[in-house]
Design a protein around this ligand. Structure first.
Ligand code: SAH
Length: 254
């Protein structure tokens, strides 16, 4: 049997999950299942809440317009969150949606919007970011939902970042050098924070602050300037491959 079952629709619910539990459906989910997916009585789903793993559920429709989910068995254990925090300068709407969804798929544990001098978006809609987190998790079978942290100005963020954390600073001005080698030369003893700038890149003052952090790991992502949302996927692939759960090792034992 394949590790993941993609044929069955996955749904995130806030309720606690346990054998034979009946999970009520919020209006949005109810509308989606009954009117968009046109699910009928007895339809099978997989549900998760980010705490209790993934459960097989059956749709029950006591009336034409209401429905609940009755849980059967747990299909996957709850995953532990990793230790990668993705700190990003918010981008404009569609690219921000994309960036957040890719970071979830790439397994980040925390998402931190960092306001830099050239950040073009200054009013973040948390509910939109949260909806993107849930949508990516539903589509890709992610069970450990990353925590969305409050937005913070870059200088305050860097000042508060513990010295024992590795700061993977994606610097478009860095000398081109082997990123895998650069990552391999450090052994993360605590959390790993990845920092990617805005559409306009970092200012010299911001670069100097990042370069002064004790846990600095300055990373070049090659000879071309990547769009910030492209840089997100590129750097998270490198970090997961060297430090994270793409290695096949248990990252929490490393
Ligand atoms: N103007 C483009 C690219 C801006 S650079 C855009 O519209 O997005 C955005 C951020 O991506 C940079 O601040 C840096 O964090 C990262 N980045 C892009 N290319 C990079 C490279 N070659 N090396 C390291 N980081 C890079």
């Amino acid at each position: 049997m394949a590790r993941y079952e993609f044929a069955t629709h996955r749904l995130h619910v806030p309720a606690d999950l346990a054998p034979d539990a009946t999970v009520p459906l919020e209006p949005g989910a109810l509308n989606y299942l009954l009117n968009v997916l046109r699910m009928e009585e007895g339809a099978r789903l997989l549900v998760f809440n980010g705490r209790d793993g993934e459960w097989e559920a059956t749709l029950r429709k006591p009336t034409r317009k209401t429905a609940v989910l009755v849980l059967q068995r747990q299909t996957r254990q709850q995953e532990r969150t990793g230790r990668i925090r993705y700190a990003f300068a918010p981008l404009k709407s569609a690219r921000l949606d994309y960036l957040v969804q890719k970071a979830v798929e790439m397994g980040v544990a925390r998402l931190t919007p960092v306001l830099t001098q050239r950040t073009q978006l200054h009013r973040l809609k948390d509910e939109r970011l949260q909806a993107n987190i849930v949508e990516a998790a539903e589509q890709c079978g992610v069970l450990a939902l990353p925590v969305l942290e409050p937005e913070i100005r870059l200088e305050r963020f860097l000042a508060a970042l513990p010295p024992e954390e590795i700061l993977v600073f994606c610097d478009e001005d860095a000398e081109i050098a082997d990123p895998v080698l650069a990552l391999r030369q450090r052994q993360p003893m605590a959390g790993i924070t990845v920092l990617v700038g805005p559409e306009g890149g970092f200012t010299e003052e911001e670069r100097a602050r990042a370069l002064a952090h004790p846990g600095l790991l300055r990373l070049s992502l090659g000879p071309r300037i990547l769009r910030a949302d492209t840089a997100a996927v590129a750097v998270l692939a490198l970090v997961q491959s060297v430090y994270g759960d793409w290695t096949g090792r248990n990252v929490n034992e490393m």
